[in-house]
Design a binder for this molecule. Structure first.
Ligand SMILES: NC(=O)c1ccc[n+]([C@@H]2O[C@H](COP(=O)([O-])OP(=O)(O)OC[C@H]3O[C@@H](n4cnc5c(N)ncnc54)[C@H](O)[C@@H]3O)[C@@H](O)[C@H]2O)c1
Length: 320
């Protein structure tokens, strides 16, 4: 395993300057705060309800009290909510501080902390404000994952499988076996996290502003957003798992994917305990999809699998 992946993922704890660093930490670690980094800490609560400008204001207020300046280095430690908020604060406070991220959920390690997007929700809409700004480094360690509850771990598994379904057949099968096991082997997760991050990186560097090929990473997400809009109580990764199955069905209907592969994906997901269906009615999903479509003209754009390890961007014109 290389120590540094491309330019910013690291697997050894970085040395930081404690007098110039402030850490923004998920308050789930408050009872047992990490010994590192030894610097002032700002705890935030990680919920979508709190992923707002109000929390950004709170963090910035504390930074001012701590007399942070443009040379202050920010470290965000937590899941995707914490890494998104840290990236947003770092991008905007005094027009920009340098920052590093320590993702502590599987989802954040394979997805949220990679690729330079950050942001906060606004008025109930997810990630309405944000910037593209790459962290100086992302320190990834599977040791954090041992305290994650199983449901959260499986949400990360869903995003990891998404990445492999669009780009790496072998890694996909390895990941399915790993997550289907009775006991999760945390050592074996690390190389798969590495591979997923590497794939995300290689796509992002071709399309950093998300205007073309980066859309492949949205496989499963068009339906996932429709499911989440209808508030089914599913976590994001669970909705993405259902979305991947539904979008694979569309791929089959349009002659892009073989039906046998759809069955294989569906049965893999069932085997590892990911949901593959929603109780929502077709009309409710269609209505949510149409809302999505309104934002991008008369075209619904989806990443669809062509086989395990390969996907295409598919567009469909719709009339309102
Ligand atoms: N920026 C991006 O490119 C990008 C990509 C995907 C997702 N996201 C964002 O990421 C967020 C979801 O990330 P998430 O699933 O990591 O959610 P999260 O940050 O809410 O973390 C999930 C839960 O796990 C807890 N937690 C975190 N680390 C833990 C640990 N090591 N042990 C035990 N509990 C721990 C948190 O307190 C929280 O309750 C969403 O807001 C989403 O919009 C961003």
């Amino acid at each position: 395993m290389p120590e540094v992946l491309r330019n910013n993922i690291i697997y050894n704890r970085p040395v930081i300057n404690g007098s110039r660093t402030v850490a923004v930490i998920d308050d789930c670690f408050m009872g047992n705060p990490p010994q590192w980094p030894d610097c002032p800490r700002i705890f935030i609560h990680a919920s979508e309800k709190d992923k707002t400008l109000a929390t950004v204001e709170k963090v910035i207020g504390r930074l001012l009290e701590l007399e942070a300046d443009r040379d202050t280095f920010l470290v965000g430690i937590g899941g995707g909510i914490t890494t998104d908020i840290t990236g947003f604060v770092a991008s905007t406070f005094k027009r920009g501080l340098r920052f590093g991220l320590v993702p502590t959920t599987l989802l954040a390690q394979v997805d949220a902390a990679i690729g330079g997007k950050n942001g906060v929700n606004f008025s109930g809409f997810k990630n309405m404000m944000g910037t593209f700004n790459e962290a100086d480094w992302v320190y990834v360690s599977s040791s954090f994952l041992k305290t994650l509850d199983h449901r959260q771990l499986m949400c990360g598994a869903a995003e990891m499988l998404k990445t492999f379904l669009i780009a790496d057949e072998r890694a996909y099968h390895e990941a399915v076996e790993l997550f289907a096991a009775q006991e999760i082997d945390f050592e074996a997760i690390q190389p798969l996290v590495h591979r997923a991050a590497e794939i995300k990186f290689s796509i992002v560097e071709k399309d950093p502003q998300d205007r073309g090929i980066r859309h492949l990473l949205n496989f499963g997400h068009t339906y996932a957003h429709a499911i989440e809009k209808n508030d089914t109580g599913m976590l994001h990764g669970e909705a993405v798992a259902v979305g991947m199955v539904m979008e694979s069905r569309i791929a089959v209907k349009n002659g892009i994917l073989g039906e046998d592969v759809l069955f294989e994906i569906e049965s893999d997901f069932k085997r590892i305990g990911l949901p593959t269906d929603t109780s929502l009615k077709e009309e409710e999903l269609e209505a949510a999809l149409l809302q999505d479509k309104k934002r991008s003209g008369n075209v619904i754009r989806m990443a669809l699998p062509a086989k395990i390890g390969e996907a295409v961007i598919w567009e469909k014109s719709v009339t309102v």
